[in-house]
Ligand binder design. Structure first.
Ligand code: TXA
Ligand code: MG
Length: 324
């Protein structure tokens, strides 16, 4: 059931369900989350079952303000507070040493915990009304596309869930995850909060972790995948496709106006995206969800620019294109 997140009655209903140990879908500015009371292990277990998520993949705990950090983490380094002050509420998750009383189910038995203050007003209202932490991964089944609207969640997880609607997610891809448990800090998952902004805040060049180093649990190649096979092609290759290919086989996600214009004459399933990274990220998952629904045989995404600002979107696209 989808309820309007701006209604007080909806927030009260969501809080009651969370207090009873039930799951609730929470809108955030990145993607929708499947939330449970982070102090209730039986409720948190339901998240894993509902998503079909392996127990080895730890969850992010969402809180309403920085004062609550010390309930979940210990030995919080000054750099974490600096980042928190600069970028929270916002699309950033910090990895910190966990407090002893935090359930191992949330952290998958690790000594660290992921924490985030989301920037969505409905999420903040719900967190404040609830008064505690909410464990919430993206509200999709394991390995499938993250949802950026309430109806994406309803299609993926079913109508019996209470889905608090906060409109289309404004960032559109998952938060930037930063490991603050060692200096120098590292970015474990890229997001729209980029490396340059993080570096400027902490005063040194922060790097993305590379595959050979410690992994982020659950960093899985099959993440973010639409059901329809997806390939990446250059503008020139797309323009060279035959009319039959275009009309019958394919749905398209493109950002070059000339490519868009040509395709729109031949094909109904064309998502024309903004040609800057922020706008593209905002609409990317929604485009893939839309093309999955349109039952085309193949999704073709136009090659993205290879610059810093596109890094996080590039990562999601590469995973969406990975062979099943
Ligand atoms: O934008 C977001 O982060 C969204 C919204 C709902 O907040 N949440 C989200 O959650 O993307 P999820 O579960 O789909 O991705 C969280 C990632 C997982 O890949 C997990 O491995 C990583 O966070 N993670 C959680 N706890 C961790 C820890 N202690 N150390 C390293 N990585 C951790
Ligand atoms: Mg996820």
């Amino acid at each position: 059931m989808i309820v309007d997140g701006t209604s007080l009655a909806a927030i009260s209903q969501a809080v009651r369900r969370l207090q009873q140990g039930q799951l609730v879908v929470l809108p955030t500015e990145t993607v929708y989350g499947l939330a449970a009371d982070a102090r209730n292990p039986a409720a948190v277990e339901k998240i894993f079952r509902r998503k079909n998520r392996p127990a080895s993949n730890p969850l992010i705990v969402h809180v309403a303000d920085v004062a609550q950090l010390s309930q979940w983490a210990v030995a919080i380094p000054p750099v974490a507070y600096r980042l928190a002050e600069r970028f929270w509420p916002g699309p950033m998750t910090l990895i910190l040493p966990k407090a002893p009383e935090v359930s191992d189910i949330i952290t998958a038995g690790q000594a660290t915990i992921a924490l985030r203050i989301p920037a969505h007003p409905v999420a903040l209202n719900l967190l404040t009304a609830f008064g505690g932490g909410l464990a919430a991964p993206s509200a999709n089944r394991f390995t499938q596309l993250s949802p950026t609207t309430a109806s994406h969640v309803e299609q993926a997880l079913g109508a019996d869930l209470l889905i608090v609607d906060g409109g289309p997610a404004q960032v559109g891809i998952e938060s930037t995850i930063i490991d603050c448990t060692a200096e120098p800090i590292k970015i474990l998952r890229p997001g729209m909060l980029g490396c340059e902004a993080v570096s400027a805040c902490v005063g040194y060049a922060v790097e993305y972790h590379t595959a050979s180093e410690i992994k982020r649990p659950g960093a899985h190649w099959l993440h973010y995948a639409p059901k329809t096979p997806l390939i990446i092609q250059s503008a020139a290759d797309i323009l060279a496709l035959s009319v039959t290919d275009v009309a019958v086989k394919c749905g398209f996600v493109v950002h070059t106006p000339e490519v868009a214009r040509q395709l729109q004459q031949a094909c109904l399933s064309v998502y024309v995206m903004p040609s800057e990274a922020e706008g593209f990220a905002r609409g990317f998952y929604a485009a893939l969800h839309g093309l999955d629904m349109a039952s085309c045989q193949q999704i073709v995404v136009e090659t993205l620019p290879a610059t810093q600002s596109w890094y996080a979107v590039q990562e999601r696209l590469a995973k969406a294109a990975a062979k099943k």
